[in-house]
Design a protein around this ligand. Structure first.
Ligand code: PLP
Length: 495
């Protein structure tokens, strides 16, 4: 050992086989020793030469690590007195756990009330690969990958030369393409300057809640309904009024009894999420009349509408609105791909400026190249072609699922029949609980979502939400067999 045995003085040992460059390993080891108090402020560190000898490293390696530590303020070098741990650092840098309270209680005391979004579950499971019958996915082989790669290459070249990100409503050609698309497909009446491009429908819902209501204000929420909408409304401090759904959709008369004058009403009229029923024309007029007389805003989430196109297409609620009370939310997560993260809000003219300003506090417009690619995808007719191909395939797959449920799960599950979308609800017979059923299915490799996870208050009937869009008919049949045997086994143990 020398005068300043580095191994002892620095108290560091480089981990074997870490894969990081040696100078980075040394930097991390010395920093850790300072932060956990093994190297105290003001204490001397050996010269680069003796540290190199002691640790068996090259001098350049040690120099690089020490220079980085000095640049970040952990070490200070003074002419004549060598290198020391910086004197200005606090004597004890170790974290002090506050005694007594649990970590989540301590955190709750230090974050805002509106950040306590306790009903948002741990979302890390979403990183897991989807297993059969998990709803939500589109069929990947339908996606025009080569075409989109060409569009992407072209627009990336353009955007680098002339970045166009100054339009606070969003990229204008995309707003033009969307306004034409929704007019044609959904009867939505709007000018391009009423279209606000947002980061998916989720951001639209968040903005609506924050712009249109104050904490404590009431919002009618479909029950069962879209959980992520619920999260957005709760995070804005809104009071959720659960309004039931029947065969005609939202039961407006019950909503009126529960809360005659809501500030907002959230609806999925073309394909109720998750039951799939369509809001009847009578109910549409009842809802619009409530909005007119009570000066309420209606958020129309038209998330699956394009799959309804064809003979059964019913125009949007927005197209019937004479009083500018409806905000129309559209997305491309279902019609193209969820990771695109682009959606839009069609706003009554009077709200455009406010929404634009509030959005500016949250973010600028979505990524420019993606907006340009999407604009061309829509305006060149590719979206419509893609939708037609998807509709055909999803109709076949829905039939495959319904047939399999009838033949393999007769007496166990009763399929709801909605128009084509990407999933359906299968109601459980014989009083089984849907959460227990979903757990039993998961053990056999089937991802089914319990209907009760969509409930605000309660659901009338237990059921499982089953996706079909991204699964081959043979996979659907095998999965239903598995599901049926899981449910039969449950009956035996329960009985
Ligand atoms: C009811 C409803 N609205 C909207 C969306 C789309 O949301 P986003 O655009 O944030 O993906 C979904 C997707 O699952 C949905 O189920």
């Amino acid at each position: 050992m020398g005068k300043h045995p580095a191994g002892t003085l620095l108290g560091v040992a480089l981990p074997a086989g870490s894969g990081e460059p040696l100078h980075r390993q040394l930097y991390l080891a010395v920093k850790a020793a300072i932060l956990d108090g093994r190297l105290r402020p003001g204490s001397r560190v050996p010269s680069t030469r003796s540290a190199a000898e002691e640790l068996g490293l090259s001098r350049t390696t040690v120099l690089t690590a020490f220079e980085q530590l000095a640049a970040e303020g952990y070490l200070e070098a003074r002419v004549g007195s060598g290198t020391r741990v910086a004197r200005g650092l606090p004597a004890d840098l170790r974290p002090h756990p506050a005694p007594g309270r649990r970590p989540e209680q301590r955190l709750a005391a230090r974050i805002s009330r509106r950040s306590r979004v306790d009903d948002v579950p741990n979302l890390s499971f979403l990183g897991r690969a989807a297993r059969p019958l998990r709803p939500g996915g589109a069929e990947p082989s339908l996606f025009p990958t080569a075409l989109c790669s060409r569009l992407a290459a072209r627009h990336w070249r353009r955007i680098i030369r002339s970045p166009h990100n100054s339009d606070s409503l969003g990229y204008r050609p995309l707003r033009v393409a969307i306004s034409e698309h929704v007019a044609k497909m959904r009867g939505v009446r709007c000018e391009p300057d009423q279209v606000l491009i947002v980061g998916g429908a989720q951001q639209a819902l968040y903005l609506c809640a924050h712009v249109l209501a104050d904490p404590g204000d009431a919002i009618w929420m479909e029950d069962p309904g879209y959980p992520r909408a619920r999260w957005a409304f709760r995070s804005a401090g809104l009071r959720l009024v659960p309004v039931p759904i029947d065969g005609e959709g939202l039961v407006v008369s019950v909503g009126t009894k529960l809360c005659p004058s809501p500030r907002l009403a959230y609806v999925t009229p073309s394909f109720q999420c998750p039951l799939g029923v369509m809001l009847s024309l009578t109910r549409r007029f009842e809802l619009l009349s409530l909005a007119r007389h009570r000066r309420a805003w209606i958020i129309e989430d038209d998330y699956f509408s394009e799959y309804r196109a064809g003979s059964k297409a019913v125009a949007s609620l927005q197209s019937l609105d004479q009083d500018d009370r409806v905000l129309y939310v559209g997305n491309f997560s279902k019609s193209i791909v969820p990771s695109l993260r682009i959606g839009y809000l069609v706003l009554p003219g009077v709200l455009v400026e406010t929404f634009t300003r509030v959005r500016a506090t949250l973010s600028r417009q979505p990524p420019g190249a993606d907006q340009a690619i999407l604009a061309e995808f829509i305006s060149e007719g590719h979206l419509e072609r893609h939708l037609r191909a998807s509709q055909r395939l999803y109709r076949e797959r829905q039939d495959a699922l319904v047939d399999a449920l009838r033949s393999e799960a007769n007496g166990l599950l009763d399929a709801s029949l909605a128009g084509t979308g990407m999933y359906l609800v299968a109601f459980l017979q014989n009083g089984r609980h849907d959460r227990a059923a979903a757990r039993a299915a998961a053990i056999r490799g089937i991802d089914a979502i319990p209907l009760s996870s969509f409930a605000v208050k309660r659901v009338e009937r237990a059921g499982l939400v089953l996706g079909y869009a991204s699964y081959e008919p043979a996979v659907i049949r095998r999965s239903v067999e598995q599901l049926a045997s899981a449910l039969s086994a449950m009956t035996r143990t329960e009985g």
